[in-house]
Design a protein around this ligand. Structure first.
Ligand code: SF4
Ligand code: SF4
Length: 308
């Protein structure tokens, strides 16, 4: 893609996620040429499957190009060329003052050696970087709500990034939660460009999620909402109609999944004919994934979600 086409595509995407006055084309060019200060990013992987990074790389426009054009990406374990001691030294020697810490995965509090980077616990690295960062971003549901790492009977006492930095380490650092299994690339880009433009975090809800994306339930804007109202329900996967009777969690899950899609901006669960499993919610994963949405037991929270 030629430079101007790339800038236009990024600008179009920013308009789609943030509104027309969010970031002008001229500002985008100024950022590219360094006339607007680029943020530094250190991206760490705690207990995770790396799915958020993988999904991120499959976004509509090359995220790698976006990160390398509009930010100084200091550390990302799966994108960087440096390895071993050389890579870890980059973090140790970092002394900038415009740093965004991004963490993917949950942090093992009671079993810190469950997740190491080099010979140090990932929790020590996150604390080390958290002390230097201006804002922190939880990439995905594991970093936000413990996710799969925080399931009942897991022994690591998984912690979210927010709990770890603010409650455990008492650091005064704003944390933006971007849940989703995996995180939506658009959510991250909005947060990144909001920070570049306003030098702060976007407006959040009571669980630190950007209101722009997490203010409404999926159900409210679903492509099958009309079918739901007309009592047209799918009886099995592949049938036409609302997926409510197959256990769809859209009515109790807040996210903009219907608008912001995965896989080169083409698909989401419901559009592919699968009921929402509520991956962006604090209830994910549930013991029984496809209980009907109107079954109160199915939407009851796990008691062990205390470190979110
Ligand atoms: S498919 Fe799910 S989110 Fe969509 S209308 Fe039906 S219950 Fe609601
Ligand atoms: S539709 Fe539901 S399961 Fe699918 S990505 Fe959105 S929140 Fe997750």
């Amino acid at each position: 893609m030629k430079r101007r086409e790339f800038l236009k595509a990024v600008h179009k995407m920013l308009i789609a996620v943030g509104g027309i006055q969010f970031f002008t084309f001229e500002e985008l060019e100024a950022l590219e040429f360094g006339d607007i200060k680029k943020p530094d990013i250190i991206w760490l992987h705690a207990m995770s499957c790396d799915g958020c990074s993988t999904s991120f790389l499959n976004a509509e426009i090359s995220i790698l190009d976006i990160l390398t054009t509009f930010t100084n990406i200091i550390f990302h374990p799966t994108l960087m060329a440096a390895t071993g001691e050389e890579a870890l030294e980059i973090i140790e020697k970092y002394n900038g003052n415009n740093l965004m810490l991004v963490t993917e995965g949950a942090i093992p509090l009671d079993l810190p050696h469950a997740c190491l980077m080099g010979e140090k616990f990932i929790s020590d690295w996150i604390e080390f970087v958290g002390k230097k960062a201006k804002i922190a971003v939880s990439a995905g549901t594991c970093a936000t709500f413990n996710g799969i790492c925080g399931m009942k009977d897991m022994y690591t006492e998984a912690s979210s990034l927010r709990y770890f930095l603010q409650e455990e380490k008492k650091l005064d650092i704003p944390v933006v939660n971007l849940p989703g299994c995996p995180m939506k690339p658009h959510h991250f880009l909005y947060t990144l460009f909001f920070y570049i433009k306003h030098n702060t975090i976007p407006p959040l809800d009571n669980t630190n999620r950007p209101l722009r994306f997490f203010g409404n339930t999926i159900h409210d804007r679903c492509i099958y909402y009309h079918d739901y109202q007309e009592n047209i329900f799918a009886k099995k996967i592949g049938d036409r109609g609302c997926l409510f009777k197959l256990g769809c969690q859209g009515p109790v899950t807040k996210s903009d999944c219907v608008k912001s899609l995965y896989s080169y901006d083409k698909y989401n669960c419901i559009k592919s004919g699968h009921p929402c499993v509520g991956c962006a919610s604090e209830n994910f994963p549930r013991t029984i994934m496809f209980k009907r949405s109107d079954d109160k037991r199915a939407i009851k929270k796990y008691k062990n979600f205390k470190r979110i």
